[in-house]
Design a protein around this ligand. Structure first.
Ligand code: ADP
Length: 394
């Protein structure tokens, strides 16, 4: 069985075609700057095929057609060899888990566009384009909220009138595929499924989850993707009264506040350098005090959250770092775990600096294990799609 996994961003399309027997990646590629005359396309396949080109891509539909030309013929003989397309979809009203992406499910996603404006609309449009271009191939969505579906009320309730929770205003949590992958991988590496684990998905968008015996019991993203630790451009947790103050006292409009908090904040806003941690770390090294403070603040949020989740779970056995920042920034991992010796976590600084994924970076005597892991959201989505097709009711 071959499953094509697609990750749709507002201006990007990433894909992997996976042969599920042996979980072999037959091809993978990405298109960036979709919607412009100069989109960038890169693709490589297991037979040695490689594409690097700049091309006009008006929309995701044209991107899908280009992707299929790279796959059908060079990689697999025909569309009949693609058994399903799996999507890492974000959020739908009253729906989570794994779903066939029918019009009804797309409508439930549309109902949540207001809180996932950068994520839901491009997905919905791309799924409809897939349906038009490949009508015979099942389109299966794995919702990012799915892994957090068992949060207890004390973790998902907000302290506002309860009626809002009944109407769906509650913590949902996101990055489910990554947290699920990280926790499954730690279980494999340690041979234990009963761990109290904190998974740290640190990418352009980041979140932590408290995973107790494989079940997410709390997580830092909430109703929207705007809260929790700071993100590349989004502010994360701030005083909820700040938007009111900015409008009432500073005279900003609602649109200006939204732009400030979702596009100009986070790593970009605090560092004043870039939304990319690589640039910020380089500026910090070069002596920029705002950049240094930004890295320290970013890591401090993570450290506080690891402590909070150890308290929430009543213990801590392991911490896992993944995502572009989690995998690559030794500095963030070091600062995020500094001072956690009282919880039994002692990092091996040398291993932390030199190790590459997948690796244990805690010291030989550390009771709590720490890992750097290469998260693989695509394989989680592909496995879920395969399981759904073999038993949709499971
Ligand atoms: P996304 O959330 O968009 O999928 P990734 O998980 O790929 O993103 O993470 C992207 C981020 O990872 C970049 O914005 C950058 O800040 C960070 N990153 C990537 N490589 C490094 C590195 N070598 N050192 C520090 N940060 C890095």
């Amino acid at each position: 069985m071959n499953i094509l996994v697609c990750n749709v961003g507002s201006t990007s399309l990433k894909y992997q075609l996976i042969a599920m027997e042996g979980e072999t990646v037959l091809a993978k590629g990405k298109m960036e700057r979709v919607g412009t005359d100069r989109a960038e396309y890169s693709h490589e396949d297991a037979k040695g095929g490689r594409i690097r080109e700049e091309l006009p891509l008006r929309d995701h539909g044209q991107g899908i057609e280009r992707m299929l030309r790279a796959l059908i013929g060079p990689v697999v003989p025909s569309l009949d060899s693609v058994d399903c397309v799996g999507f890492k979809v974000v959020l739908a009203k009253d729906i989570t888990g794994v779903q066939e992406l029918t019009e009804e499910v797309l409508a439930a996603m549309e109902a949540m566009n207001g809180i996932a404006p950068a994520h839901n609309p491009p997905y919905i449009a791309a799924v409809r384009q897939f349906r038009r271009i490949v009508p015979s191939v099942p389109l299966i969505g794995s919702f990012e909220t799915g892994f957090h579906r068992n949060l207890p009320p004390k973790a998902y309730l907000y302290s506002i009138p309860k009626d809002y929770a009944r109407r769906g205003v509650r913590r949902y949590g996101y990055h489910g595929a990554s947290h699920e992958y990280l926790s499954g991988r730690v279980a494999e590496l340690t041979g234990r499924r009963d761990l109290k684990l904190v998974t740290c998905h640190l990418g352009g968008s980041g979140s932590l989850a408290a995973v107790d015996a494989g079940v997410s019991i709390d997580t830092t993203l909430g109703f929207s993707l705007q809260c929790g630790i700071m993100h590349n451009n989004r502010c994360g947790d701030i005083d909820p009264y700040l938007p009111v103050y900015l409008q009432e006292t500073e005279g900003m409009t609602l649109e200006e506040v939204k732009t400030l908090l979702t596009k100009k904040s986070g790593l970009l806003g605090l560092s004043g350098v870039s939304n990319d941690l690589r640039d910020i770390e380089a500026a910090a090294e070069a002596g920029n005090p705002d950049a240094r403070e930004c890295v320290e603040t970013y890591a401090y949020y993570i450290r506080k959250q690891i402590g909070a989740y150890a308290a929430a779970m009543g213990g801590l056995d392991a911490v896992a770092f993944g995502g572009g920042i989690g995998e690559n920034s030794a500095r963030v991992r070091e600062l995020s775990t500094e001072g956690l010796g009282f919880l039994g976590l002692d990092l091996d600084r040398e291993r932390n600096r030199t190790a590459r994924c997948d690796a244990e970076i805690s010291s030989a005597t550390s009771r709590v294990k720490a890992f750097i892991l290469a998260t693989n959201e695509e394989i989680v989505v592909a496995r879920k799609a395969r399981d759904f097709l073999s038993d949709p009711g499971a």
